[in-house]
Design a protein around this ligand. Structure first.
Ligand SMILES: [Zn+2]
Ligand SMILES: [Zn+2]
Length: 155
């Protein structure tokens, strides 16, 4: 006759010297969380290193020059000329690392508009913003001017 004890967590009767399923389940869950944190940490490190690569610095400069250092969001959304100071990944690097140097995925923005874009994406509008930014790039490609009045014609 095995000796039984009660699980301290759920109170189920289990053979003494064994671990209750409910505790095993919690441990599995904890391990999963730890692995997830580790993966995220490793990804962040990879991404941070990427922004320092020569390939990125050159691509970024090239994209800025291609769009004449104009913040495309400010231009098409607000009808304003604002100097672009950085290049944003439309589909984030953390989501698709293979698109990190893909020019179709890159758009010049000012720091201020970049902040706005990320804030909106965080608010659950990620898909919408991605489509919007791709649209702006398409407009530029077709040499469409901003539709807002008072804007100097670019082309
Ligand atoms: Zn239990
Ligand atoms: Zn960004």
């Amino acid at each position: 006759m095995p000796i039984y004890k009660r699980c301290s967590k759920c109170g189920k009767r289990i053979p003494s010297g064994t671990t209750c399923e409910c505790i095993k389940q919690i441990r599995r869950q904890q391990k999963k969380e730890r692995d997830k944190d580790y993966d995220q940490h490793r990804r962040n490190k990879t991404n941070a290193a990427f922004y320092k690569t020569k390939a990125w610095v050159l691509t970024k400069e090239d994209v800025l020059a291609h769009y004449m250092y104009i913040d495309l969001y400010a231009y098409y959304h607000d009808g304003k000329f604002v100097p672009a100071t950085m290049v944003h990944h439309i589909i984030p690097v953390s989501k698709d690392y293979t698109k990190r140097l893909d020019r179709d995925n890159l758009i010049p923005l000012s720091d201020k508009r970049h902040g706005i874009v990320h804030k909106q994406m965080k608010e659950g509008r990620e898909e919408e913003i991605i489509q919007l930014l791709l649209e702006y790039k398409e407009k530029w490609k077709k040499k469409e001017n901003s539709e807002v009045g008072g804007v100097v014609k670019l082309f």
